[in-house]
Write a protein that binds this ligand. Structure first.
Ligand code: SF4
Ligand code: SF4
Length: 458
């Protein structure tokens, strides 16, 4: 067996899937979700909040803005926490409602839906597209395919531009784009993201779900017999078989074997073969099968949202131990997050002690220790701060500059000299506290521990 034969044996070449158009409740729900999510994505960076871009991940300044929330590198934990809550929400929703994320909200589904919409506008419905795939390169094929790729390209570039607009102020980005003044990294990311959108939504499509997405692989671990799934009612549908409209032969079940559920499936599976990891729960097969049942005069729901328990004749339990545990963890995480966010200090201070010399004897028989205070104003307004010390006998503190004015968003180093009468010092070192407070907003304050060294020997 040569190398080529081995390759042919191991890998089945991909058969292009041309899903049939589908109309119905779940199709409308998916389209509504697509417009809502894409609307948020494309409009998001154009929204303003307090005179600046509402959502901006300003990497050079190392600050993230999300409406009224301003996150600094020190607040990275809040971003990480938010991602953990998002992951937990996904697990929670999956346990309750199966793969609704995949069917209605995953970016891969959402962008593929729009790309398929453009494909239908330019190349027509499923039958026409299949014919076009097989036809030679005629004038019509070049025009139809060319228009499709032109639409895809414009949309992909717009997507890439919007993506970069979340990291660079989008109005400025747009102005520099028309003047051909974009920086190399901005160009790179616009083209890279555009290419990724074009490739994923235009060409790879279901292969991203089938071969690349890790969630598709491990979501079964979150499923139980009470999780909502899309399922074909085998007991009712089998034995399947064709028949005339309005007839109901005794020997046959309700499935008329029209295969429309297979033709609408974006991942190309037959839901009648049972629950499969390829099913992204888009609901397309429910819509189309309901329409067939309607036409035949049968009850709808041969394919439906259900649970394994319901299918096997048992009661479905919504409240079950894992759901209760997830609910408690999920709600607690969100409440804790909101509490921590609301109580986030708008001021940060690092105290760095001067070590050379470790202390100094100065006039008036006093001992002085020097510090650098790195003050970061994370508030929306500028502030003037006062510095005081606690826990040192008769200590005096002087700062350079005397008036500590820190602009909003500024990190300012300030020299601080702490002086104590020598007679008051009885031990080689003291732990004390440096207290900083905004003069115009006393509630904005911060206390940090520091060390004071003395010439006293024990
Ligand atoms: S659409 Fe319904 S009736 Fe047609 S093959 Fe699928 S399950 Fe059977
Ligand atoms: S089997 Fe049905 S719900 Fe699952 S992906 Fe295919 S069409 Fe969508």
């Amino acid at each position: 067996m040569n190398d080529k034969t081995v390759a042919n044996t191991l890998y089945k070449s991909r058969e292009k899937i041309q899903p049939r158009d589908v109309h119905g409740f779940f199709a409308r729900l998916r389209v509504a979700s697509v417009w809502w999510l894409l609307g948020m994505y494309y409009l998001g960076p154009w929204l303003n909040w307090n005179g600046r871009q509402a959502i901006l991940f300003d990497l050079p300044a190392r600050k993230f803005y999300i409406f009224g929330l301003e996150l600094w590198p020190q607040d990275f934990v809040f971003l990480a926490w938010l991602l953990i809550i998002a992951a937990l929400t996904l697990f929670y929703v999956t346990t309750l409602a199966g793969r609704v994320w995949c069917g209605y909200a995953c970016p891969q589904t959402v962008w593929t839906e729009v790309f398929m919409m453009m494909e239908r506008w330019t190349e027509g419905p499923r039958n026409k597209r299949i014919k076009l795939d097989k036809s030679p390169w005629t004038r019509e094929k070049i025009i139809r395919r060319g228009s499709k790729h032109l639409l895809w390209l414009v949309f992909a570039l717009w997507t890439g531009f919007t993506f970069v607009g979340y990291f660079t102020p989008i109005r400025d980005l747009g102005a520099r784009l028309v003047e051909f003044q974009l920086g190399p990294w901005e160009m790179f990311w616009i083209f890279f993201y555009s290419l990724a959108t074009w490739g994923n939504a235009g060409f790879l499509r279901e292969q991203v779900c089938l071969y690349m997405c890790p969630y598709a692989r491990f979501q079964s671990a979150m499923f139980d017999k009470d999780t909502l799934i899309i399922s074909y009612d085998e007991k009712r549908g089998e034995p399947r078989g064709a028949r005339k409209k309005g007839q109901k032969p005794e020997a046959l079940g309700d499935c008329v074997d029209c295969k429309q559920c297979v033709q609408v499936c974006p991942t190309g599976i037959d839901i009648r073969d049972g629950l499969q990891y390829e099913c992204i729960a888009c609901g397309g097969c429910i819509d189309v099968c309901d329409a067939v049942m309607d036409k035949m005069g049968y009850e709808k729901g041969l394919i439906r949202y259900t649970t394994q328990h319901e299918m096997n004749g048992y009661k479905t339990h919504i409240l079950r131990p894992r759901v209760v545990v997830y609910t408690v963890i999920w709600v607690s995480m969100i409440l804790l997050y909101l509490y921590a966010l609301a109580n986030r200090s708008p001021i940060q201070m690092d105290v760095i002690k001067e070590r050379n010399p470790i202390y100094r004897e100065i006039s008036g028989n006093r001992i002085e220790n020097d510090y650098t205070l790195k003050i970061m104003n994370k508030d929306h307004a500028d502030h003037v701060y006062t510095v005081s010390v606690e826990g040192l006998p008769e200590a005096e503190v002087k700062t350079i500059p005397k008036t500590i004015r820190v602009k909003s968003g500024e990190l300012r180093p300030v020299a601080a000299r702490v002086m104590v009468p020598r007679a008051n010092l009885k031990q080689p070192e003291y732990r004390f506290k440096i207290h900083i407070q905004a003069t115009d907003a006393p509630e904005i304050q911060r206390v940090e521990d520091a060390q004071f060294n003395t010439p006293v020997n024990e």
